[in-house]
Design a protein around this ligand. Structure first.
Ligand code: NAD
Ligand code: UDX
Length: 465
């Protein structure tokens, strides 16, 4: 097994940045260079002010502070880093296709292909190429085909090493991973490559947690893991609707079923709907793959997880409208939170975007406060939907950096993200500032109904009548 000294990671995003920072911290003898074509992102990774790192994750700034400039580097010099590295991670985005065949479902692999072509063009020495991005099963075949046809006699081993970190807990998830999955060819050189990658993780993880499989199992396992997790959220969210009609309490139901060790207690928190860059994209991809093999029942089964999630977001918005006497036109609705979950500045597919869009269609005036998400991102999210002009979005929705100012004179507050600080607010003072009756719609179930009612709020909690 080869002990490598130089790693390159293509893609300095939510996965590439934290993952490489953790490798650099735990493998001081390896130089880790993270490259990206986005100059602004690289500049922020290199910024002296660590509060400006492009990815907010608890614990990340400390690791970057410790390793950056020592054995962790961020640069746009992609070719140089590829040339020098013995192992190259591909960690670029693989969004849902927005055009052509498979539009709206299949993964767009153009960035992956560009990386493979770039590696093929630049490489002069043998390399291990690691798929870190989430990819459809059998993608490694395409990557291999591109790399094997360089005509330069360079040998490539392709490994699949999907990432299981969740945002908001990325550093902890990386440092204490439940498992690391490494898929590779079952040839002698394939085994050597798998062992080399395993050796990197063994710097900080017990060997028993590092699983080796064939490439296809590894690629598929990542999609399946996300599908199973999202399915739990959609399952409990479907029950939340039933609880609201029957006086059952979804938290009590979650607890009661979660005590069954076969079911387990995690990932059973009912919410306004799951968001994030992965769940929807990966399930759509799974659906597309199943359909492409003619497995329509399999495809329909998984698609239902997304349909239920869309229903949950729409249901939340509809409840706000009907509760506010069937009209939100010109009413001020304050959103606490825009991120798709707490402890991240990522907003991709956040439920807040879709709920806001539905309320803006009804001419509501929305004011958003989120502790980590910028105004620029919030407007970009809305503009991307294309429902109305950017001017109209800016007219109807304002972003305010002070939670008390945001709720001043509001008809209602909608809690869209479970940021801890929301729980500790002075809700009596908030009540005083709002118009009466003062409504709170808790899409994250973070407040207590009895306490909120005692203050005087009309309080609605997902999954509780
Ligand atoms: P991201 O959008 O945050 O980052 C991807 C980066 O790749 C961008 O900065 C982009 O500029 C860069 N890039 C694209 N093409 C490039 C090229 N040809 N050369 C150099 N740089 C290039 O994406 P992400 O959230 O880090 O996700 C990356 C992959 O990891 C995806 O496949 C995703 O599904 C998977 N994943 C994400 C998470 C997560 O929590 N975000 C978790 C597990 C797996
Ligand atoms: C997910 C997977 O958990 C991770 O393993 C994978 O690598 C990337 O995708 P992430 O999207 O970052 O991670 O966060 P996650 O904690 O899974 O939450 C996803 C969404 O589901 C969030 O909007 C969250 O609020 C929601 N959720 C999660 C619930 O509504 N209820 C739950 O019980 C759990």
């Amino acid at each position: 097994m080869k002990k490598i000294k130089k790693i390159c990671c293509i893609g300095a995003g939510y996965v590439g940045g934290p993952t490489m920072a953790v490798i650099a911290k735990n493998c001081p003898e390896i130089d880790v260079t993270v490259v990206d074509i986005n100059q602004k992102r690289i500049d922020l990774w290199n910024h002296n002010n660590l509060d400006l790192l492009p990815v907010y994750e608890p614990g990340l700034r400390e690791i970057v502070k410790e390793t950056r400039g020592g054995n962790l580097f961020f640069t746009t010099e992609v070719d140089k880093a590829i040339d020098e590295a013995e192992m190259i991670f591909i960690s670029v985005n693989t969004p849902t296709k927005t055009y052509g065949k498979g539009k709206g479902q299949a993964a767009d692999l153009k960035f992956i292909e560009l990386c493979a072509r770039n590696i093929a063009k630049v490489a002069k020495t043998d390399k291990i190429v690691v798929e870190k991005s989430t990819l459809p099963v059998r993608t490694a075949e395409a990557v291999k085909s591109i790399l094997d046809n360089t005509g330069k006699g360079v040998k490539f081993e392709i490994l699949s090493n999907p990432e299981f970190l969740a945002e908001g807990t990325a550093v902890d998830d990386l440092l204490n991973a439940d498992r690391v999955l490494i898929g590779g060819d079952e040839t002698k050189s394939g085994q050597e490559a798998k062992d080399t990658l395993s050796w990197i993780y063994e710097h900080w993880l017990p060997k028993e947690r590092i699983l080796q499989t064939n490439v296809w199992s590894s690629e598929l396992s990542k999609l399946v893991a996300n599908a199973f997790l999202a399915q739990r959220v959609s399952s409990i969210n479907s029950i939340s609707a039933l609880c609201e009609k029957t006086d059952a309490n979804v938290a009590e139901v979650s607890k009661a079923i979660g005590f069954d060790s076969r079911i387990g207690s995690k990932f059973l928190n009912s919410s306004v709907g799951f968001g994030g860059s992965c769940f929807q994209k990966d399930i759509l991809n799974l659906v597309y793959i199943a359909k492409s093999y003619g497995l329509n029942e399999v495809a329909n089964y998984w698609e239902q997880v997304i349909i239920m999630n869309d229903y949950q977001k729409r249901r939340f918005a509809d409840n706000i409208i009907s509760t506010l006497y069937n009209t939100v036109s010109d009413k001020k609705i304050c959103f606490y939170g825009w991120a798709f979950k707490k402890d991240t500045n990522d907003t991709r597919e956040s439920a807040a975007i879709y709920v806001a869009d539905a309320l803006l269609e009804e001419k509501a005036q929305i004011v958003v406060y989120d502790p980590k998400v910028s105004e620029e991102t919030i407007y970009a999210d809305l503009d991307y939907l294309g429902t109305r002009s950017p001017e109209e979005n800016r007219k109807l929705l304002k972003v305010i950096n002070d939670p008390m100012e945001a709720c001043n004179d509001a008809h209602a507050i909608a809690i869209m993200t479970e940021w801890d600080e929301f729980k500790n607010y002075d809700w009596i003072a908030i009540f005083e500032l709002m118009l009466k009756p003062a409504f709170v719609f808790d899409g994250r179930r973070i407040l207590t109904k009895e306490k909120m009612n005692a203050i005087g709020f009309k309080y609605y909690k997902i999954g509780q009548s």
